[in-house]
Write a protein of this length. Sequence first.
Length: 215
Amino acid sequence: MKYIATICIASYAGLAGAGGLNSLENFVKTVNTGRADFTQVVTAPAKDGQAPRAKTSSGTFEFARPDRFKFVYKKPFEQSIVADGQTLWLYDVDLNQVTARQQSKVLGSTPAALIAAAPDLRALQTDFTLVDAPEQDGLQWVTATPKSKDGQLQSVRVGFRDAAAAPGSTLEVLEILDSFGQRSVLTFKQFQANPALPGSSFQFKTPAGADVIRQ
């Protein structure tokens, strides 16, 4: 699948006085549901002297802690990722193909778990080492490195904007670097904290005629 793999492919000590870690803690504690538009740029490493290649996609993102979220890619290809609490569904419209995986087995050390699925920082501590990163572009940053060395994820950086007038921190940027040197940057716009999201938002219905692969 063209873009989905980059999504579904964070220590607790030292939070006091740490901008990025404080922002992540605030985000996890106070933002229980969220909705945003996103643009994703995936850049492959340069090969044979050629310039790096970049692909851009866009769509919408919703989540409800602790275990439900949905990415819907609208351009240039229609694809979706839906986690309903039990199963992670990946749907490619062009192929009319659905891949279903047991959610508990695939979400631990993933960017989606970091920003949407974890109930608290101690849960993230199980799978990630969290390090406060310097402020950049007016954002508070935290770097998350998976403790497991078996996956394809090398590191994740998350950028937050703190708004004194709003509850919680606003999710702005998610940067993902995989073990092959491919970088994926998701920029979130029009983020809404704690909107009312019905449970049906995270229910996946297999499209008529779609091939279903269970893993």
